[in-house]
Design a protein around this ligand. Structure first.
Ligand code: SF4
Length: 458
């Protein structure tokens, strides 16, 4: 059983985590993201991915998750020591050790390792902690990407995650004159993200299916498929066909990240094949109409909205989630977009559709913080009004994210501590979108007339 009734995060941490060790985290045992195209894995999104040995997975498919690096990290956590790759959590936990907080009552900082542990049963966590770190562990939650096949090439994505982005770079060469972080996202084809062509046998994919068919489908509680666009990948359909052919054999909840950029029959096929399986669908968008079409190159706005309605009408999903990547250009219609989600909530129910606001930090020249303060203030004001008008229909986590974004737009000045000056980021912003317009047949000035005076000065 995860948290007790009325137990706070801190109480949970003391009861379940701290009694094990000062650095224990359930994700190191039970969670993984695995990119089968590149053969890399990580225990959550914070540590950098590391390479899985192809020789090992060929004889032992569980090595996709149980790598030497993770086993070493588990041993450190059992001894209360901190794996270096988990720096994100240690920084948060150490934040208030800074002398500037001396004498301030700051409470105890809760880092992500608490949230990534609380989802697992206490008994499973105890067993994991007491198991030899050399032993292979069965995953409970897994995010997997089969390949980078995708028909979109969104401005904030890059060739590591989209085959259409690869085509842009192959046809037109890398983007030039970018100097800030993230520039290398746009300068080459990222061949290391896709070690095998679509006609090669990919030993990582084969290892995954071997593990899935023999074992993993019995123990895994949640499988989230990401991409690229998963519904464009033949491997996703191979897995969906497995569900269809083995109805009832697996209780694994399925979640799919999809851009919803296709005809309805593909969704029909997905829903049919996964009948009886709990299914969540995650899709992305954060602005309206032509703004969305500009930012998410490849998107058909009408098709995206009608696919949303189709999924909501079908009432077949466990949840429909809209992930908003908060970048500079979406601020001009973000609140209008969120109002549309609220309209759908009113029609289909508060739980039928949710949103999350993920603030873009890289590449920092696309961060909302490159915009002049008046645009940020205007967006913040619209979001405050949106929040106040919808307190009954929004979930607490949605309201918290809106509030956090308002604070961010009003208070924060740099996208992250290592970012270059705003002038440099703004110059990269213009250099990028001038090239993007030429390559993609788009027109920044026509799409965002409100920004033209400022844009012309960059
Ligand atoms: S300790 Fe933090 S960074 Fe490391 S796996 Fe857990 S949640 Fe991720």
């Amino acid at each position: 059983m995860p948290k007790l009734a009325n137990e706070s995060d801190l109480q949970y941490k003391r009861r379940v985590i701290d009694i094990k060790s000062a650095s224990f985290c359930g994700a190191k045992w039970f969670n993984a993201t695995i990119w089968l195209g590149s053969g890399q894995t990580t225990s959550c999104h914070h540590p950098l991915p590391h390479q899985v040995s192809v020789e090992e997975v060929t004889v032992n498919p569980k090595a996709l998750h149980n790598t030497r690096e993770k086993k070493n990290d588990r041993a450190l956590m059992q001894d209360g020591l901190r794996p270096a790759g988990c720096e994100y959590c240690w920084k948060i936990e150490d934040m208030y050790k800074d002398p500037k907080y001396a004498g301030v009552d700051t409470g105890t900082p809760i880092s992500d390792r608490v949230y990534k542990t609380v989802i697992y049963d206490d008994g499973d966590l105890n067993e994991a902690f007491n198991t030899s770190p050399e032993q292979d562990i069965n995953l409970q939650t897994l995010e997997i990407a089969f390949d980078r096949t995708c028909q979109f090439a969104c401005s904030y994505c890059n060739p590591a995650f989209s085959s259409t982005w690869v085509k842009d770079i192959r046809r037109n060469g890398g983007y030039t004159n970018l100097v800030s972080d993230g520039r290398n996202h746009f300068t080459h084809e990222h061949d290391s993200s896709q070690l095998y062509t679509i006609t090669d046998v990919n030993p990582y994919v084969e290892a995954f299916f071997k593990w899935w068919e023999t074992d993993l489908h019995k123990t895994l509680k949640e499988l989230r498929i990401t991409g690229g666009e998963p519904l464009m990948s033949g491997y996703t359909w191979r897995l969906i066909d497995w569900f269809q052919a083995n109805r009832g054999a697996s209780k694994t909840r399925l979640a799919i990240n999809s851009n919803l950029g296709f005809e309805q029959d593909k969704l029909e096929r997905l829903l049919d094949a996964t009948e009886g399986i709990e299914l969540d669908l995650y899709t992305s968008n954060e602005s309206i109409g032509r703004h969305a079409i500009y930012i998410r190159d490849g998107l058909d706005w009408d098709q995206w909205t009608s696919n949303l309605v189709y999924l909501l009408d079908g009432k077949r999903l466990r949840g429909l989630h809209v992930m908003c990547t908060i970048n500079a250009l979406c601020l001009l219609s973000l609140s209008e977009f969120l109002w549309k989600i609220v309209e759908l909530k009113k029609k289909y129910g508060k739980d039928a559709i949710n949103f999350s606001l993920n603030i873009l930090r890289f590449p920092s020249f696309q961060s909302p913080l490159v915009l002049p303060i008046e645009f940020r203030q205007q967006a913040a004001g619209e979001l405050v009004r949106f929040h106040l008008a919808n307190t009954q229909i929004l979930h607490e986590f949605e309201m918290n994210q809106v509030k956090r974004l308002v604070d961010y737009l009003q208070e924060v000045d740099t996208p992250h501590s290592g970012a270059l000056s705003k002038e440099i980021l703004q110059r990269d912003f213009k250099n990028f979108y001038e090239q993007y317009d030429q390559r993609r047949g788009k027109n920044f000035r026509e799409t965002f007339p409100q920004l033209v005076d400022w844009y012309n000065t960059l």
